[in-house]
Design a protein around this ligand. Structure first.
Ligand code: GLP
Length: 235
């Protein structure tokens, strides 16, 4: 695990964008795993700005988002589908048919999760996956206690996670979500964990300790051979 710490959120975002852009330039057919949340917004802004100057930046890139809320329509302002359109997809030359997000309004959510795993496999697996870090150590929506061999599935959200993510909902936050499992994430060839935001000091220290435990989902990353942790202690 390689650790990079930056003084500002801007510097973290610059670094994330550099890793992102280098990866798609080096291998234009890359399969990316992508996060939502406040942390990656600055990275996406910079990727969008850079790609607006380039011809065919995203044309062969395939993406899979980590997670999505269950029981809401795609055009709900709190959906991760809406988030991704707002922050990335609507501003770059990505082929919409190459963007994948679990469908939170699918009639059969379990079948949707199976379909999602199959899509990742058919695409050749994840090449580079960016993650954010929840205050309780969650990655994607894999809350504490999640076994490390889990696949994409429906999960119940912790109250603390629902509170932390309440902003775009203006009231009722879904109780469930679909998330790639920790096993799914660990199969990505490379992983970059982006960490910023208040109240994550304890989570950072637990990760840094190197103690691997299902009580702290992000600690699963210690079992992966190619992980970079990019941190900004200030937001
Ligand atoms: C949500 C997402 C996670 C994300 C986390 C941290 O729970 N499902 O994938 O990592 O938020 O978000 P933030 O960057 O806003 O702290």
């Amino acid at each position: 695990m390689i650790w990079e710490t930056f003084d500002t959120y801007e510097a973290l975002s610059e670094r994330g964008a550099a890793i992102f852009l280098d990866a798609i330039r080096e291998y234009p057919r890359i399969v990316l795993g992508l996060p939502t949340g406040r942390t990656p917004v600055g990275m996406y802004d910079r990727v969008v700005a850079e790609c607006s100057r380039e011809y065919r930046c995203f044309s062969e890139v395939t993406t899979f988002n980590l997670d999505e809320y269950a029981g809401i329509e795609r055009d709900h302002p709190g959906s991760y589908y809406a988030f991704m359109r707002q922050h990335l997809f609507d501003h770059v030359d990505i082929d919409p048919s190459r963007t994948n997000i679990p469908n939170g309004s699918a009639p059969d959510l379990k079948a949707e999760c199976v379909r999602y795993e199959e899509l990742i496999a058919t695409a050749g697996g994840l090449g580079l996956t960016f993650l954010g870090l929840g205050r309780n150590g969650h990655i994607g929506f894999n809350e504490p206690g999640t076994p490390f061999n889990t696949r994409t599935r429906v999960v119940e959200l912790h109250e603390s996670t629902r509170t932390a993510n309440a902003d775009p909902f203006g009231g009722y936050v879904p109780t469930h979500a679909m998330t790639m499992g920790i096993g799914t994430i660990l199969e990505s060839s490379r992983i970059v964990l982006l960490v910023s935001g208040t109240g994550k000091e304890n989570a950072i220290e637990r990760l840094r300790s190197g103690k691997v435990s299902t009580d702290f989902p992000a600690s699963a990353l210690w079992t992966h051979p190619d992980v970079r942790v990019v941190i900004s202690t200030a937001i």
